[in-house]
Design a protein around this ligand. Structure first.
Ligand SMILES: Cc1cc2nc3c(=O)[nH]c(=O)nc-3n(C[C@H](O)[C@H](O)[C@H](O)COP(=O)(O)OP(=O)(O)OC[C@H]3O[C@@H](n4cnc5c(N)ncnc54)[C@H](O)[C@@H]3O)c2cc1C
Length: 474
């Protein structure tokens, strides 16, 4: 950075206006941390309101070697939205307009600061939805979800952000603060190399997203949901196979292993009559077919050994009956357990984000449990089993050096396990700072170390001075 911090902040205020720059230390601290517990301290937070603001900011930053850290709601779990070096956080929360919704064209044109749940409330009035649903959707923004390549429960059927972004307006961190439009307003689009997909999942390291054209889809008429508990892990795997082999693509398919069910139920005071390995399956159906699917789902899960089974005709009924309560308690329960174990409120929770082919579920869970024994780290294991994405999580006291070292080693071995089973080190949370070694490991495993070189070349091309979210991904 050239220039002292005070002058830089004054310069930003005269560039964007005082109301768009905050340098109050306490407020800046709030924008310098993530729920994983990682934190830092930026110089200031800027709140651009237009693409022109963002472009001028990029030009200013380029000329002064000032680091910029784009941010939505900072719910990232990978370290991707925490500022690392002196620089400013660029919060997109004020660029939160939905400028167009067209059900005929199947698109919504939105600002990066629009929250996913808010967009879905608006779309629901037209019988439509944006299907990517991270569990953080109440606050997670479109810009953050695009850049982290987010997924969610519905990914079992609808995939992740890379399947739903059609076009982007971008600002490059170059000397002109270049504004670019890439992608199309149409579902089909061939524009040479796919720059839209390059930006999706780039974690704010290549360009700042100032507008997105998202694909939207009709809401399902009805979703039948079943909550089942199984005595044996292999039964769960059999249930997954049984559902899929009958040509049904589940709308959601969530899993928690028995130990996790018991720990979460105890920590969060959730009554569970017959704990076992939990499987939650949703299937979207036409209203007229509801009865047939309720019967089919119940029969299929019972035939694969479910000892306790509840079935609901609709998502509303499943919510009201608390089918999702256990699954949603995974992260808060882990925090609570870690705090109790550490005897302190200052704990870090590492949530892994591996994926394995769903056919390797049993191997993955058994492997994770033996790592738990090896490192002596109580582990919660749950995830989106429809697409093989597991989120084993451990909590620890970062001031306890021995624990912190064991967690680092555990983290690396979990990634190694995923690769051995034909999976990947990150499915939806991204690389950030926490998984850079994992990314290298994955490409080496594939015999493709050169891919990292290509990525570093792309980074230099988009961001010649390395001022945009440096130290992340590559
Ligand atoms: C309780 C909890 C549950 C979660 N569940 C899920 C889940 O089910 N699925 C899932 O995928 N993730 C999940 N996450 C992780 C995270 O919430 C999602 O990835 C979310 O989409 C991030 O949105 P955000 O607005 O908070 O982005 P941020 O955390 O602010 O940013 C994420 C990344 O995007 C970049 N960025 C943000 N805005 C822009 C922009 N306009 N231009 C360029 N770069 C930008 C940031 O620099 C950062 O690299 C969860 C997190 C929590 C805390």
């Amino acid at each position: 950075m050239s220039g002292n911090p005070g002058r830089i902040v004054d310069g930003l205020k005269s560039l964007l206006g005082r109301d768009r720059v905050v340098d109050d230390e306490a407020v800046v601290r709030l924008y310098s941390r993530e729920p994983s517990g990682l934190e830092s301290q930026a110089l200031a937070v800027v709140f651009p309101e237009t693409v022109r603001d963002v472009s001028r900011l990029a030009r200013y930053a380029y000329s002064r070697d000032l680091k910029l850290y784009p941010q939505g709601s900072s719910t990232s779990l990978s370290g991707s939205s925490v500022p690392l070096e002196e620089g400013v956080v660029v919060s997109f929360e004020r660029m939160n307009q939905v400028s167009e919704v067209s059900v005929v064209d199947s698109i919504a044109v939105v600002g990066p600061g629009v929250r996913i749940d808010e967009l879905n409330l608006m779309l629901a009035e037209k019988g439509y939805m944006f299907p990517v649903d991270p569990a953080s959707a109440a606050v997670a923004t479109v810009g953050g979800a695009i850049n982290s390549g987010a997924g969610g429960m519905r990914s079992a059927k609808y995939g992740t952000m890379r399947d739903w972004v059609l076009g982007l307006q971008l600002v490059l961190p170059d000397e002109h603060g270049t504004v670019l439009r890439v992608g199309c307003r149409t579902l089909k689009c061939r524009q040479g190399y796919d720059l839209v997909r390059l930006i999706v999942g780039s974690e704010g390291t290549l360009a700042m997203v100032t507008e997105a054209i998202l694909r939207i889809t009709p809401l399902p008429e009805q979703v039948v949901v079943a909550l089942a508990f199984y005595p044996e892990l292999r039964n769960v795997a059999e249930a997954v196979v049984a559902v899929k082999e009958q040509s049904v693509q589940p709308y959601l398919m969530e899993f928690m292993d028995r130990k996790t069910v018991e720990a979460a139920a105890k920590a969060m005071n959730i009554p569970v009559e017959t704990p076992g390995h939990m499987l939650l399956v949703g299937v979207d159906v036409n209203r007229e077919a509801t009865g047939r699917f309720v019967e089919w789902l119940g029969k299929t899960l019972r035939a694969t050994g479910a000892v306790k089974l509840h079935v609901a005709d609709t998502l509303r009924e499943a919510e009201d009956k608390g089918f999702f309560t256990l699954r949603r308690s995974l992260f808060p329960a882990q925090i609570k357990l870690a705090r109790e174990a550490a005897g302190s409120r200052r704990v870090l929770v590492y949530i892994e984000d591996i994926a394995v082919p769903p056919s390797r579920l049993v191997d993955a869970v058994e492997g994770l449990r033996s790592l738990e024994d090896k490192y002596g780290l109580p582990t919660m294991i749950g995830g989106h089993v429809g697409d093989g994405n597991l989120h084993p999580a451990v909590g620890f006291d970062p001031h306890n050096e021995d624990q912190a070292r064991r967690v680092e080693e555990w983290f690396e071995e979990v990634m190694e396990l995923a690769l051995k089973l034909g999976g990947t080190i990150s499915s939806e949370h991204g690389i950030g700072t926490l998984k850079r070694s994992g990314l290298r490991r994955e490409f080496e495993h594939l015999g493709s170390a050169k891919a990292l070189e290509l990525m570093r070349g792309l980074k230099r091309l988009f961001d010649p001075k390395g001022i945009l979210n440096p130290g992340k991904v590559v």
